[in-house]
Design a protein around this ligand. Structure first.
Ligand SMILES: [Zn+2]
Length: 297
């Protein structure tokens, strides 16, 4: 039972099949699609999460996993796989990654998170009793701070780390260590009042971290940035890392879903957010409005 996994609804990061020997130069995508993707990857100016960004390299690993290819974003195979995904989702099969394609794709990613589906109903899940939480080992903590999670989430995390290590993607000791887990909403409120700085409380009014199911893991950091900086250079460094590329394909097998804007933020879906509410009774993907994407998870 080491890898027991109760799947989230329609997990997006489990491509049905990826050919072992993909011909990345092949595929029946429109001629120009690969060239358009190659250019837009680093140049397009857009605001997919409410603030301006340049290019979509940060999201390329997730898009590739979603459309079921291991080929580069500039390849013909990538364009062909994207066209097939577009066709399957009622979109024009251009093979071009554009906002009209990325928006419904990110909606799927958001709705794969039970926490988002619960929030969409106007529900903020209660925090579990602190006494019910498990504590990560010191060598599992990025900075030595005490990290607590629900026991099932910690076990799933450990199983994933074991497999990531076996896959050779943990190139440095800090990779996949935890820098945040359960955040106690009561303690945050007290700190806010005491320090007269309620920024943390605003972030924590309904954070996924209150559930004991969400964790922030060290993926990578660009020079001068911490592992939770949403600076685009920092997120790009994460997107290029072997461990993130491995996780977007494999973390779903362990029950984890990711918040697309933050490569470090993962939520375990193996047990209900709310006591007595089975995961399957939450709204189906696509049936609910999406929470504001920049809402702090
Ligand atoms: Zn987080």
């Amino acid at each position: 039972m080491a890898t027991t996994h109760i799947p989230s609804i329609d997990p997006p990061s489990l491509p049905a099949s990826i050919a072992v020997d993909e011909d990345c130069d092949g595929g029946d995508a429109p001629e120009s699609a690969a060239a358009v993707n190659a250019a837009s990857l680093t140049t397009t100016v857009w605001s997919p999460f409410g603030r301006p960004e340049v290019g979509w390299e940060i999201y390329a690993p997730r898009v590739a996993a979603e459309i079921g290819t291991t080929c580069a974003p500039s390849s013909r195979r990538f364009a062909a796989s994207l066209a097939r995904w577009q066709q399957g989702h009622g979109l024009r099969p251009s093979g071009v990654l554009d906002p009209a394609t990325f928006q419904p794709m990110t909606t799927r990613w958001h709705l794969a998170r039970p926490f988002v589906r619960t929030n969409a109903k106007g529900i903020c899940p209660d925090a579990p009793p602190i006494s019910s939480l498990a504590t990560a080992r010191p060598n599992e903590s990025y900075s030595g701070k005490v990290i607590q999670l629900r026991p099932g989430a910690l076990e799933a995390y450990r199983n994933m780390v074991t497999e990531a290590r076996a896959a050779g993607v943990l190139r440095r000791p800090e990779v996949l260590t935890l820098f945040s887990g359960f955040r106690d909403p009561v303690a945050d409120a007290e700190r806010c009042a005491r320090d007269n700085n309620c920024q943390g409380l605003v972030r924590t009014i309904c954070s996924a971290h209150r559930t004991g199911l969400a964790m922030d893991v060290y993926i990578d950091a660009a020079p001068g940035f911490g592992p939770d900086s949403s600076n685009d250079d920092n997120r790009r460094a994460m997107a290029r890392s072997p461990v993130f590329r491995w996780m977007v394909v494999n973390a779903g097998r362990f029950g984890f879903v990711n918040y697309a804007f933050e490569p470090w933020h993962w939520e375990w879906t193996g047990e209900p957010l709310l006591p007595g509410v089975p995961i399957s009774s939450l709204p189906q993907a696509g049936s609910q409005p999406v929470a504001p994407p920049l809402a702090k998870p």
